[in-house]
Design a protein around this ligand. Structure first.
Ligand code: ZN
Length: 331
């Protein structure tokens, strides 16, 4: 992961029904918009105790249906939640304003961040599923002709960082991050498939994929886990070891997945820097539990040499896959 290459913003559209509301609020506030915050080394600088609206949707069990720089809407079977950056960060649940809390909505990299206190306030206002209607007991169904296929362990999106015109970091031997992480990701995907996990990849060859498209894929297919794979580079040539990142104020699921992967990497003998929190741009856009693995430092002689070898890449890939399977199996 280096600083400048984690995608660009796509234009978003505001649904017409919300336009009127937006215009009203613009008249009231002069349409200053939320405060736009900075990005540093691919990590968003956001106030403490705020989470992205994508991660908010995930913890509420909802899907983001629309999002722009000024609003986000999310939905489940029974509810629609809309949050506006103007004025003062008002959230609406099924058209009704949520009394508390208001304010503190900020924007970073085109994504709205809200205080964590929004989560319980919105949750309390959500409509529950209606009780199931009384129905006559169904007719006994005939025995199935073929034995049912064993259910998959889950659906995981593997995201090899960079690609195409975006090479990522370059090792001291000239190897490019985009090739190393693709190799590891493909091997991890193969191992996952063998273990009964459904896998989708954001790219399977050396092509450029927009950051939003990577997160969108996970959001659209309702993945159980999103794992982005990168390799580090630092001015300090001594820096060494893998790091597993989760978004700030991560849900328990993201943390468990990260710890499972970190454990397997450590057991495989990979130097460890452990789990850290950072609002990487790709992590704050995913609704499902999300983890970003930095395989090691391409700026470190020993680590760059190891990551250049096929056997070490295979070792790392299997460790990541095993960690994901551990997580999906709940062990
Ligand atoms: Zn990277």
């Amino acid at each position: 992961m280096t600083s400048h290459h984690h995608g660009r913003l796509a234009a978003s559209e505001v649904v017409p029904t919300l336009l009127a509301l937006l215009l009203t609020s613009c008249v009231l506030t002069g349409c200053n918009g939320g405060k736009e915050l900075a990005t540093q080394n691919g990590v968003l600088i956001t106030p403490p105790e705020t989470i992205s609206t994508f991660r908010l949707a995930g913890s509420l069990g909802m899907a983001v249906t629309d999002q722009s720089a000024k609003m986000v809407s999310m939905r489940d079977e029974h509810n629609t939640v809309v949050i506006f950056a103007d004025p003062g960060g008002q959230a609406y649940v099924n058209g009704k304003a949520v009394a508390q809390p208001a304010g503190g909505v900020v924007r970073a990299d085109g994504v709205l961040f809200v205080p964590v206190s929004f989560e319980p306030a919105i949750r309390a206002a959500l409509r529950r599923a209606p009780p199931p209607a009384e129905t006559a007991s169904p007719l006994p169904s005939p025995a199935p002709a073929a034995p049912p296929r064993p259910a998959a362990l889950g659906l995981v999106v593997i995201d090899p960082g960079h690609g195409g015109q975006d090479p990522g970091a370059t090792s001291i031997y000239g190897d490019q991050e985009k090739h190393i992480v693709l190799d590891v990701a493909l091997a991890a995907a193969e191992r996952l498939a063998q273990s009964g996990v459904n896998v989708r990849m954001t790219r399977e060859d050396d092509r450029f994929v927009e950051l939003e498209a990577r997160a969108d894929m996970a959001n659209r297919c309702r993945a159980d886990l999103f794992v982005s794979i990168h390799a580090d580079s630092a001015r300090n040539r001594g820096a060494e070891g893998f790091t597993v990142y989760v978004p700030r104020l991560a849900t328990r699921s993201s943390t468990l997945a990260a710890d499972s992967i970190a454990y397997r990497l450590k057991v495989a003998g990979v130097a460890s820097r452990g789990r850290k929190e950072a609002n990487y741009r790709v992590l704050v856009r995913t609704v499902c539990p999300a983890v970003l693995v930095e395989l090691g430092y391409l700026s470190n002689g020993r680590e760059a040499a190891r990551l250049a070898s096929a056997s070490y890449r295979q070792l790392v890939a299997e460790a990541i896959a095993n960690g994901i399977v551990d997580y999906l199996q709940g062990s």
